[in-house]
Write a protein that binds this ligand. Structure first.
Ligand SMILES: [Mg+2]
Length: 245
C-alpha cells in the first residue's frame, strides 16, 4: 500500500473520477445515485478551490449531468473524448459517431442472446458491461475485436472493471486533464487526480508529469499513482478534510 495523500490544499486543481471513486460501483450505471453527502462534498470543494474542480469519468457528460443536477461542473466524459470546460463550452470529436451505428445493431443481437450483458450507449462510444455475466467475457471480447477490425482505423477497445468499450482513439483521461490545466481556473494550480480504474492511469501519468498528486482508490493492481486510498468511504473522508493553506 502506498502512502495516503496529503489533506486538500490550496490552490489545487482537483480532478475526480466518479464511479468507484466518489460512488460505489453498481450492477448498472443507472442504479447509481448522488446522495446529499456527496453533493455537499462537491459543492464545498468547488468553493474552496475557486471553481477548479472537474469530474473526469467514463460516463458521458449527459449521464453525469443527469446524476448531479441541478449542479453543473466542468466535466470530461467518455474517458476524455468529450469535455465541457469551465466556461461551459463543449469539446467533442466529429465524424466517428456515424460509424458506430452498424455496431449498435449487431451488438443488440449479440446481447439479446446472452442474458446479463448490456451496453451503455455513450453516443461517442459503446460500453458493454458483463458484471452480471462474467462467463460471457471471453466471447464478448472476441466479438468486439472483430467489430473493431470492421470499423477500421481510428477506433480502439478499452477495458475496465467488467466492461469493454469500443471508442474512437485519440483522447484519454490524461489528455482531458492536460486540456483543463491549460485553461482557467485550473491553470497555475497543483493538479490532483483520484481514480480507481485502469483508464485512470493515463490521468495519473499526466498529473505526475506536472508534479501533481495522483491518488489510486482501492484495488491492489500496480499503479502509476503515488498515493492510495482504500475505498470510496476513505476518499470522501479525505476530500472532507479541512484544507491546509
Ligand atoms: Mg472509476
Amino acid at each position: 500500500m502506498k502512502p495516503k495523500p496529503p489533506p486538500p490544499g490550496c490552490p489545487w486543481a482537483l480532478f475526480l473520477d466518479f464511479d468507484g471513486t466518489l460512488v460505489e460501483l453498481a450492477a448498472h450505471p443507472d442504479h447509481v445515485e448522488v446522495n446529499e453527502r456527496l453533493r455537499e462534498v462537491l459543492a464545498r470543494l468547488r468553493r474552496l478551490q475557486a471553481g477548479a474542480l472537474a469530474l473526469v469519468s467514463g460516463r458521458s457528460i449527459a449521464s453525469l449531468d443527469g446524476l448531479l443536477a441541478p449542479m453543473t461542473l466542468p466535466l470530461a466524459g467518455v474517458h476524455g473524448l468529450e469535455r465541457r470546460d469551465a466556461r461551459g463550452h463543449i469539446h467533442r470529436p466529429a465524424g466517428a459517431v456515424d460509424r458506430l451505428a452498424a455496431l449498435r445493431r449487431t451488438l443488440d443481437g449479440f446481447i439479446a442472446e446472452r442474458p446479463g450483458l448490456f451496453y451503455e450507449d455513450k453516443h461517442l462510444a459503446l460500453a458493454v458491461h458483463y458484471r452480471a455475466a462474467p462467463q460471457h467475457a471471453g466471447e464478448l471480447e472476441r466479438f468486439l475485436r472483430r467489430a473493431l477490425h470492421e470499423l477500421g482505423n481510428g477506433f480502439q477497445l478499452q477495458t475496465g472493471k467488467a466492461v469493454f468499450e469500443v471508442r474512437p482513439a485519440g483522447a484519454d483521461k490524461g489528455s482531458a486533464v492536460r486540456a483543463f490545466m491549460a485553461e482557467p481556473p485550473f491553470a497555475g494550480r497543483l493538479p490532483v487526480f483520484a481514480g480507481d480504474d485502469r483508464t485512470d492511469e493515463d490521468a495519473f501519468a499526466a498529473v505526475n508529469a506536472l508534479g501533481g498528486i495522483s491518488v489510486r482508490v482501492g484495488d491492489g493492481r500496480p499503479t502509476a499513482a503515488r498515493y492510495e486510498l482504500a475505498d470510496v468511504e476513505e476518499t470522501l473522508a479525505w476530500l472532507s478534510q479541512t484544507p491546509k493553506h
